[in-house]
Design a protein around this ligand. Structure first.
Ligand SMILES: [Zn+2]
Length: 446
């Protein structure tokens, strides 16, 4: 979700007009909540979260996803507010406020975990083959939700994304190793059943294919939301296929025993099938290969990661805000929790796609001193469109709505179109639980 910080938001002049907000320290409280009315088999989009004005002093956060939103952030009239509490899955949470709201008040939910998107049309049977593709049970839907939430949590982790980008970049060099594995693995996914079904008029942003560049594949993984009907797959007992999916939008079906909590030993079948929905086949490493990267990564870094899928929200997130400048883009960092003193963000990823070029990365301190920074030697991949900075500089995030202590300025070149964007992610070596992530479209509506 996009948001722009209006210029002048942090100026002293503006603040004097917002005494109520200052007094409340930009904190809002949840007053009550209600479960959304929906069909048990209804699908969802993983970024379907909205903030809506319900009255002159009443707001609602409508969470149409299985995510738990912990202390979410909303933006009202250019100021960022932290909402204390948890918004439960598929529920509306109400906020009573003394902020003066008009029909023209600008408000937006701030997406702190923008990466890994899913658009499920419906959980249903295939009416033509109901025995092979029965209707998913409520347990099966929970299995899908658990897999999706766990992968989303992982996909918004800076170090994992660095690992993933390197994996995609190195894939061609390691093709022989992966092919060896692939030959043993292929019977598990019936490519014969693959067919391309593209739904017209669908949002095909960030769609990619096996022959695309590293950065386009990375953007597809992180941002593309293929739309698919989710079936359950019920093959005969002697059939070892774990799932099937269309190449591109259409449908996806997994065998119950191949999913949470039974699966996850060696490879992730669901991710393999979802990557087929992204448009990838078996030749580019985004299906066979990538499905091993996640289980291996979590086993090496987080023991039993998938056994804790409900911990999908970081305990200590930091928000990146972006502001466009004349020749480039400024990114500022805010810490919504302030529970660690002077936490230093010192590991960064900056990536651009399409024909955008990164010309210069500049650190600007609070006295407006500018320092051009270069990525580590091993930190430039994907035709110089993905940069890693590991200890090259650090940023201490500021409090919500306060003047940034230091900020990142990106000078960009090349040409933009309506699918051009920037990814910025950051974490702290000392506190890897601290994570910041943003995606900003820079072409088109900008
Ligand atoms: Zn496959």
């Amino acid at each position: 979700m996009l948001f722009l910080v209006l210029s002048g938001c942090y100026g002293e002049d503006d603040k004097s007009h917002h005494n109520i907000e200052e007094k409340n320290n930009y904190i809002l409280q949840l007053s009550s909540s209600e479960v959304q009315i929906r069909e048990p088999n209804a699908g969802y989009s993983l970024n379907d979260v909205d903030i809506i004005k319900k009255g002159n002093d009443l707001l609602v956060i409508a969470n149409g996803t299985p995510r738990i939103l912990s202390n979410p952030l909303v933006k009202i009239e250019g100021f960022i507010y932290k909402v204390l509490g948890e918004v439960q899955p598929f529920s509306n949470a109400f906020i009573e406020t003394d902020i003066i709201l008009s029909d023209e008040s600008e408000m937006a939910f701030i997406e702190e975990q923008p990466f890994f998107n899913v658009k499920i049309t419906e959980f249903k049977e295939d009416v033509n083959k109901p025995l092979e593709w029965p209707k998913p049970s409520s347990f099966n839907i929970e299995q899908y939700n658990n897999e999706i939430l766990a992968i989303k949590s992982l996909s918004n982790d800076t170090r994992f994304v660095r690992h993933l980008a390197n994996y995609i970049h190195d894939y061609d060099k390691k093709r022989d190793i992966v092919s060896l594995y692939k030959n043993n693995y292929l019977p598990n996914c019936s490519s014969a059943e693959h067919r391309t079904v593209d739904i017209k008029g669908d949002n095909l942003n960030f769609k990619s294919k096996d022959t695309d560049t590293t950065v386009n594949k990375l953007f597809s993984y992180l941002l593309h939301a293929p739309s698919a009907i989710y079936h359950m797959y019920a093959p005969s007992p002697d059939n070892n296929i774990v799932g099937k999916a269309t190449i591109g939008n259409g449908w996806l079906g997994m065998k119950e025993r191949a999913m949470y909590p039974y699966g996850y030993r060696g490879f992730n079948g669901f991710l393999h099938e979802k990557m087929h929905n992204h448009g990838f086949n078996h030749s580019g490493g985004m299906t066979s290969g990538l499905d091993q990267v996640i289980p291996k990564y979590y086993e090496n870094n987080w023991d039993n990661y998938f056994d804790h899928t409900f911990q999908v929200n970081r305990s200590y997130p930091i928000l990146i805000s972006s502001k466009s400048d004349n020749n480039g883009f400024v990114f500022e960092f805010f810490d919504k929790n302030q529970t660690i003193t002077n936490v230093e963000l010192n590991e960064f990823i900056i990536a651009v796609n399409q024909n955008v070029e990164i010309l210069k990365v500049v650190l600007i301190d609070d006295s407006n001193n500018k320092k051009v920074i270069a990525p580590n030697d091993s930190g430039i991949i994907g035709d110089s469109k993905i940069l890693f900075f590991n200890g090259a500089f650090s940023v201490i995030p500021s409090k919500l709505n306060e003047k940034a202590l230091s900020k990142l300025y990106l000078e960009l070149g090349g040409t933009y179109n309506d699918k051009s964007g920037i990814i910025v992610m950051a974490t702290s070596t000392k506190h890897p639980e601290v994570q910041a992530a943003i995606f900003k479209l820079i072409g088109g509506e900008g």
